[in-house]
Design a protein. Structure first.
Lengths: 429, 402
């Protein structure tokens, strides 16, 4: 009898294990089941939820013809306007996997519908000037009333508190304020604002903060408001310079590619048109290997270069001498020779060169998506490989209002006639 | 209810210098219990790098190390020894997350691959941060932050607005290249932690620094594939924002939309040059930027940067001074937000540190402890977490493993 029972227990356990593992297998994305009502726009907002969409969150972008995301219409980076609102490769690149609804928040009915969307969401994101969401009745307090455990991210240039809270800004201005711009560029030339990367860095910070709050809510059931400052999101990347000032009162400035102690540590001209290789030598072992690869030229035995500190002190002369060697080779040749000897070297790659780079191809960071209006588009996916729940590009960015029916009809259960009516009233607009 | 967002997570850090330590610092600052494992005697490389307090090199007074390791516990362990690896595995059994940044070859040689570690902790989330990832022809290549900034595609574009191509492309300032990779890896780590809590399934994360840096300039990169545009760092006839020189530094002004442009022109007192037809539309201004910028430069140089910033912002224009570290430390905004906080360290004394760039309404980030002294928490971790006796710990110390 006992044996039978044991067999039955064993059977039940096997069945349970099978069902259990099937339940697990059904989940394919890390953030599956997380819904985000996304009021963000521009790059710093869009890419934050873009990263979470790559991880499987259902991101519903709330847009309106009354307030079109400028990245749907133009790019200032190259000074180009795009036709209509669905022809922007820029918008497409940072809004992958997302859904889009049209909702006019200038209409009270639009605000009411937005609240209903928040009610069925886990996270709300916005990057208007602090106070703007409160003014239209979608502030954190109001949203907490309809969804008590909502996580809300409010991202702005200077943060929602402090004397500058109402000041606005784009990436060049918040990068400037943060101290990062001052530290970028040649030592004898003006500071440099970098590229639009500073926007995406602020966005990456937002995505991290949201995930921390999601983990907390999963653990405790508690939602919260996150007040993120883009200025601070970049200032934290200058920790060494800030600590130097705070500890020693020293104000650091930009210095090209130079390092505190390493030399050689620079980009060196190579054969070809505007081709450069970056070389960094840290240890004595690396220096010896570097000299060997260059064929141990006479100058490497000069006292001026006999130890780490001397090399650093005489780095300008050292850089000139290294260049005399690198100009004879392509940046890939130098890279290969030095890497084989255990010395850190990499070409400074242009956007064109990246696409023919064998490592880039192998990592499959770029993928092709079919955009409903633009057709085939090349986009970059997520920079990490998760073994069980891979981050994936599942679709192109949405065309404006692409998912009105799914969101208003299926998710909110509104009858078709009501949706039609609201379209006519320019609420769904 | 927990006090901080991540205080349910136990993290083991097997990282060195900036990138990996920054990744787990982000978790520690939001409450995760992070145990940093350092090699005995020498410790983390950052301990040897400045800035040092009063410019006197000392492994416990590196501002870089102090900044990157706040809120962590620190132990020493020689993982190159068999015994050391055995102890590490005991720690891994008790952790939710392992963050490591060793070369793929080294982890394999040490038998510390995810495949092995999963056997002892099936729920483990393991994040490996390496220059080029675990796959591909460059996986064993060596690269420092500057190399990666150039391999990632942004270096080639800097400094933007260069007059010609005679000078070398440069990396971004500060610790950007390493920190952004640590931050991005923390996203994947927390997504995996979320998934773990939903399903009980751990996983492995292969984070490539080069890939992270490429995604930061994904718009520039995709521009080649989709529009055939090859980018470089040459000056383009674009309208600001470029730094405009003031009496005491630089200011960055953005006046890109028609509304902003009109506000700026009005603020400048409606100069006659601004009424030219070729400046009448944003697209025209964008392509005639080289004709506008000198006028604005001529005007801006009569101002002080902070004053002009305040005045422009009062007119709803997105401007900002190009701040130095000193400017930022003395900014009333940073002061009001408590961005700098005092941290007391047994060797370095009381120092102000930069904090975190976000405020959580319910679970604010806290400074619980300063960066650990080398091996400071050996006893509490080995005897507390692992239940070793003090005698055993002494033996491990004598044999140089701890």
């Amino acid at each position: 009898m006992a044996g039978v029972q044991q067999r039955r227990v064993g059977e039940v356990k096997r069945i349970w294990d099978r069902i259990g593992s099937e339940i697990v297998l059904m989940r394919t994305a890390a953030l599956e089941g997380v819904r985000i009502a996304d009021f963000c726009w521009l790059w710093a907002g869009a890419y934050a939820t873009g990263l979470l969409a790559l991880l499987g969150a259902e991101v519903i972008k709330i847009e309106s013809m009354a307030r079109v995301d400028p990245s749907r219409k133009m790019t200032l980076t190259i000074g180009q306007a795009f036709e209509g609102v669905d022809h922007s490769p820029v918008f497409n690149s940072i809004n992958l996997n997302k859904l889009s609804v049209k909702l006019n928040l200038k209409q009270p009915k639009g605000v009411e519908l937005a609240k209903k969307l928040v009610q069925i969401s886990d996270v709300v994101t916005q990057n208007m000037r602090p106070g703007a969401m409160d003014n239209i009745g979608l502030g954190h307090e109001a949203l907490k009333e309809v969804k008590p455990d909502i996580i809300m991210l409010s991202s702005s240039s200077f943060g929602a508190e402090g004397p500058l809270r109402r000041y606005g800004g784009y990436a060049p201005s918040f990068a400037a304020y943060s101290g990062l711009t001052h530290l970028t560029g040649y030592s004898d030339a003006p500071p440099n604002p970098m590229t639009g990367s500073t926007d995406l860095m602020s966005a990456t910070t937002s995505a991290f903060a949201i995930l921390a709050a999601l983990n907390h809510r999963q653990n405790t059931g508690q939602g919260q408001l996150i007040d993120l400052s883009s200025v601070e999101s970049l200032a934290v990347f200058t920790g060494d310079a800030l600590m130097d000032y705070l500890m020693n009162g020293r104000v650091r400035s930009r210095r090209g590619n130079q390092d505190d102690i390493m030399a050689p540590h620079n980009c060196y001209r190579c054969r070809g048109d505007d081709k450069w290789v970056s070389i960094a030598v840290s240890t004595e072992e690396e220096w010896q290997a570097f000299c060997r690869v260059m064929g141990n030229p006479e100058w490497t035995r000069d006292e001026k270069f006999s130890d780490t500190y001397s090399r650093w002190k005489n780095r300008d002369e050292l850089d000139r001498l290294v260049t005399e060697w690198t100009v004879n080779y392509t940046h890939y040749e130098v890279t290969e020779m030095l890497q084989k000897a255990g010395v850190a070297a990499m070409p400074s790659l242009s956007n064109q060169e990246i696409f023919s780079n064998p490592h880039f191809k192998e990592r499959k960071l770029a993928v092709e998506v079919e955009h409903p209006v633009m057709g085939k588009q090349v986009v970059l996916g997520a920079p990490w490989k998760l073994s069980e729940t891979p981050a994936k590009v599942t679709k192109a960015s949405p065309v404006m209002g692409e998912n009105n029916d799914y969101v208003f009809g299926e998710l909110l259960g509104m009858p078709g006639s009501e949706i039609k009516q609201l379209i006519e009233e320019q609420v769904i607009y | 209810m927990s006090e901080q967002a991540l205080d349910h997570l136990k993290v083991l850090e097997l990282c060195n210098f900036v990138c990996g330590p920054y990744c787990s610092k982000l978790l520690a600052d939001l409450g995760a219990e992070v145990i940093k494992v350092e090699p005995p005697r020498v410790g983390d490389e950052a301990r040897k790098r400045g800035p040092f307090l009063n410019d006197i090199p000392h492994p416990e007074r590196s501002g870089l190390f102090l900044y990157l390791n706040t809120n962590k516990s620190g132990i020493t362990l020689d993982i190159k020894t068999t015994k050391g690896r055995g102890i590490l595995k005991e720690l891994i059994k008790k952790a939710n997350i392992l963050v490591e940044d060793n070369p793929p070859k080294v982890m394999k040689e040490l038998g510390l691959t995810y495949r092995e570690l999963k056997k002892i902790n099936p729920r483990l989330v393991m994040t490996s941060i390496t220059p080029f990832g675990q796959t591909g022809p460059y996986r064993d290549y060596k690269a420092y932050e500057m190399n990666l900034h150039h391999a990632g595609g942004e270096g080639y574009l800097l400094p933007t607005q260069s007059p010609d191509l005679t000078r070398e492309p440069v990396k971004a300032g500060g610790l950007v290249g390493d920190c952004i990779c640590g931050l991005s890896s923390a996203i994947a780590t927390l997504a995996a932690a979320y998934n773990l809590n939903e399903t009980g399934v751990g996983q492995y994360i292969d984070a490539s620094k080069q890939d992270v840096l490429m995604t930061m300039v994904l718009l520039e990169i995709a521009m080649y594939a989709n529009m055939g545009i090859v980018r470089n760092r040459l000056e383009r006839p674009l309208l600001m924002p470029i730094p405009m020189e003031c009496q005491d530094g630089y200011i960055m002004i953005s006046a890109l939309t028609d509304r902003e442009w009109q506000d700026l022109v009005k603020f400048m007192g409606n100069p006659s040059w601004a009424s030219d037809e070729m400046f009448s539309h944003w697209l025209l201004r964008q392509t005639n930027g080289d004709k506008i910028n000198p006028h604005i430069g001529e005007w801006a140089k009569h101002y002080k940067k902070e004053k002009l910033f305040q005045q422009l912002q009062e007119n709803t224009l997105a401007a900002a001074p190009v701040n130095t570290s000193e400017d930022l430390v003395h900014s009333a905004q940073m002061e009001a937000r408590g961005f700098f906080a005092e941290v007391e360290h047994p060797e370095a004394g009381k120092l102000r540190h930069p904090r975190v760039p976000y405020k959580f309404s319910e679970t604010p980030s806290k400074v619980k402890r300063a960066a650990p002294l080398l091996g400071q928490h050996n006893e509490s971790v080995y005897c507390g977490w692992l239940g070793y006796s003090k005698e055993e710990l002494v033996k491990l110390k004598e044999s140089g493993i701890v």
